[in-house]
Design a protein around this ligand. Structure first.
Ligand code: DGY
Length: 453
């Protein structure tokens, strides 16, 4: 029998605003409007395909709206899985010229592991599906259609995790690396600046005229053209390696063990272990992986002096000393001791809060690279807040969890279902919402915040 994910505590702190009468309906409508038949796009115009970690959060939100659509969402994502187990970060289920880089840039068709029926990108994203299914299981263990989905998808998720451990952990440490900043999901975080700066772009293509994102969102909220040169340099490199991880590892200037990515992997391993008895699966491989990963995350990424977790750059062989919200995610993975959790809480309430900033900025406010309006360099994200909320609750940090949850609810109810939000005090509600609008995971996780407590 699964123990439900229920945390008993009193929630207090940030005052709820008078909810927009139709915010729930608005969230449902966004999920349905962004559904393209079988899958859901993150945001109209800006992201017109199916993205992997978005799709996990969206499926959770859809499970409150239309169960069949939620199950289809997950099945559609796994249609893009490569035969070596890699789950790509984008499935291009249909043609749309409104996005760069599209399938022609990725050129994965020539790759022997890529699926034949759906065009995909050639990199991955955080492995969220284990914990997403685990959360659905809290409400659905008696539902035969859910059990059928679980039986079908569970082995594919394990295959994906096995791909990560076998291809992205060259020193058998238990920590997997990402080889593109887009694989982290936190695309433009200052975490990546130094590694990206090592790229010699003298022969890289200038792709500024090909970009479509700047037609929808202000340039000051998006990555620069110089950033894009480096992003596409890496894609071109992967393509020239025909997506062989071995070749990429030998040649890639960007190899980072990211705390967020590994925390999500650990959380999903744990979820799959918990789900294994429901469908009679052997969980011994998952237990082995997870034990190693938990120890490695604490040994390699934790810094006792500053009380924080840091990413590790495998090319430069050093930690990346930047305080961003990725470093709080071991709370979500449940790998911290109570003392470590207290230290993270201290950082959250000092470096990230800086007086009256809204929790939780994606980059600590006292970091020199902090920028309150730029993509992943300071704004609040609803999915980060959702993981942080669950992490804080896990450690009984209920007051802080309640602040993070109520802040998220207030943000979408007062400013709309944006992609990210300006965290500065004193900003008017109509100016807080940034990036894409009608953003699916903001709608999906808003519903989960309301219904799952
Ligand atoms: C983008 O285009 O900004 C995407 O997040 C990359 O996956």
């Amino acid at each position: 029998m699964l123990q439900p994910f229920i945390y008993f505590f009193m929630e207090k702190a940030v005052q709820p605003v008078t909810p927009l009468a139709d915010a729930r309906d608005g969230a449902r409508k966004i999920l349905l409007d962004n559904n393209r038949g079988g899958y859901t796009i993150p945001s109209p115009r800006l992201y017109p395909f199916q993205w992997s970690w978005d799709s996990g959060f969206i499926a959770l939100g859809l499970s409150y709206v239309d169960k069949t659509k939620a199950f289809d969402e997950i099945r559609s994502m796994f249609k893009g899985q490569w035969s070596n187990g890699m789950l790509p970060h984008i499935n291009f289920h249909h043609v749309d010229e409104n996005y760069f880089p599209g399938p022609d840039v990725w050129g994965t068709k020539e790759c022997p592991w890529a699926p034949r029926k759906v065009a995909t990108s050639g990199i991955t994203q955080p492995p969220v599906f284990g914990f997403i299914l685990r959360l659905m299981a809290d409400r659905m263990t008696d539902d035969p259609e859910f059990i059928e989905l679980l039986k079908e998808i569970y082995p594919s998720i394990v295959h994906f995790h096995r791909y990560l451990y076998e291809n992205r952990d060259p020193y058998d440490e238990g920590l997997v690396y990402i080889h593109h900043n887009w694989e982290s999901g936190t695309d433009n975080s200052p975490l990546w600046d130094e590694a990206l700066d090592t790229i010699d772009v003298s022969s890289a293509r200038d792709v500024s005229v090909l970009r479509r994102d700047l037609k929808t969102v202000d340039a000051d909220q998006r990555p620069t053209n110089e950033n894009y040169k480096r992003y596409i340099y890496l894609v071109d490199l992967f393509r020239s390696c025909n997506y062989s991880d071995k070749r990429i590892f030998e040649r890639c200037p960007f190899l980072v063990q990211d705390v967020l990515f590994n925390s999500i992997l650990i959380r999903s391993n744990e979820a799959l272990i918990e789900l294994s008895s429901l469908i009679g699966q052997d969980d011994s491989e998952l237990r082995k992986w997870n034990q190693k990963s938990i120890a490695a995350l604490n040994n390699k990424c934790w810094d006792e002096q500053t009380g924080f977790y840091y990413d590790f750059d495998l090319v430069q062989n050093k930690r990346i000393p930047v305080i961003v919200s990725n470093g709080l995610m071991p709370l979500f993975a449940g790998v911290c001791t109570p003392q470590q959790a207290e230290q993270l809480k201290h950082n959250l309430l000092s470096s990230f809060k800086n007086g009256d900033y809204l929790l939780c900025p994606s980059c600590a406010v006292d970091e020199p690279s902090f920028n309150p309006v730029k993509y992943w360099r300071g704004p609040v994200w609803i999915n980060v807040n959702w993981m942080l909320y669950h992490g804080l609750k896990r450690y009984g940090l209920n007051e802080e969890a309640a602040i993070v949850k109520q802040t998220s609810i207030n943000l979408v109810e007062q400013s709309g279902f944006y992609e990210y939000f300006d965290p500065r005090p004193g900003i008017s509600n109509d100016k807080r919402g940034l990036g894409g609008n009608c953003f699916s995971w903001s709608a999906a996780l808003y519903l989960d915040f309301l219904f799952n407590f």
